[in-house]
Design a protein around this ligand. Sequence first.
Ligand code: NAD
Length: 483
Amino acid sequence: MVDVPTLTTELFLDGAWSPGGAGTFTTLNPATGEPLAQIAAANEADVDRAVQVATTALRGDWAAVPPSQKGALLHRLADLVERDAQTLATLESLDMGVPLGFATAMFVPNLVASLRYYAGWADKINGELVATDGYFGAPTHAYTRREPVGVIAAIVPWNAPLMILGWKLAPALVSGNTVIIKPAEDASLSILHLGKLIAEAGFPAGTVQVLPGIGAMTGEALAVHPGVQKVSFTGSTEVGRRILRNSAGNFKRTTLELGGKSPQIVFADADLESVIKGAAMGVFFNQGEVCAAGTRILVHRTIIDDVLEGLRGAAEAQVVGDPFAPETTMGPLVNRAQRDRVLGYIERGRGEGATLVTGGTALDRKGFFVTPTVFRGTNDLTIAREEIFGPVGTVIPFDDDAEAIALANDNDYALAATVWTRDLARAHTVSAALHAGAIGVNGWSPLAPQLPWGGNKASGIGRELGYEGILANTETKTVTVVL
Ligand code: NAD
């Protein structure tokens, strides 16, 4: 039995908790399909009020906090996240189905790492002194300042809410912005608990607000609002496109991270043991509900049988079940629609002639479980072209490096890629030739707050994390003094 923590379900608006103007919506426990909580839903009036409050804090109380104190507040929040790590991980597992061990070992620590990394930046966001040729014969003293963008809407998906929120929240705050968080309908609970920690840490009211609600209402209202200067969004390509259109009214800055169909290229010289481990993680980690999931496994034809056998073994060794059982390595998919969508893709794969190597079924039990699935197929199949967001990988043969690169780049998405090889020169030349925002060599999707993260093409625009995270959350102002 899970010890269910106290659930926080209201809006965190102007430093206080309040019901939502749009009533409530239900979030389900994906492991049972049963209701877990009723969550307050923000309407347009709530969004409007939150934007006013965030604007006041932006120019007032948050602006008045000195840079090093901003960093100290982020460290304080990180301390509180560490104190409540078990609660936060439990909420995330309950709400979206990730095995508790993964939420504990990865998602919560990743949030802490982002907060601490950007806490260190707080008093190091400098402009630069710029030499010029002068002004009509007079010398100049010219410099740039990095200033906050303004009120930022952080629109978060359900697949790793705390981790992905950390990538948006931490750089936004140390850059002096105020933030309105819109969690996903299917997984608001961990972020709402974080709202309590934000209050406890002592951020001035309005610096961070949490507005749960329906995407088409709360998210939409934030994206169109003239008082919001930036939207930082992670989620589907379709909604990303809509946010970009909705942002046009007042030329909002946008950072859009829209998922992918990432290739993992396995060359014949690769260390097979690492390949199987890493490629399987790339397909099955977090039930495959990962934007960077490495679901197109391109394998040199001479070793394809070994890789298929290895992946079959790795898939069949996954323990699918209760996210709170210590032996579980794969929990349920987030909701019924997602499960049905994944099963639909599996049917489509079969229908289009892919060979099912293992998996391909729903578990005959309550909840939204799908077995780890491996196909052998080709790059033109729907299952190799579209983002499935479930535990489904397709193994595709290639004959030489040029074909591997061409296949890898032949997709609308360009978020991440993995290159498995022991040949150093090949690792670098292939990495340079791939269309992707982030490439792992001999490791699937290494993530660290120091490393910029984001994609190209249909995977979106802009970068989060690293120094790029600071650039994405600040505007440059040039000041020229004629001496
Ligand atoms: P989604 O894009 O619909 O939702 C993501 C967030 O956007 C949620 O908070 C949602 O409430 C909000 N939103 C929805 N409509 C909005 C609108 N009109 N304006 C502003 N915000 C809005 O994603 P989903 O329905 O949760 O998942 C659908 C698919 O998206 C998945 O199957 C998967 O392919 C993809 N996805 C990708 C990622 C990723 O990490 N890139 C994460 C989650 C989902």
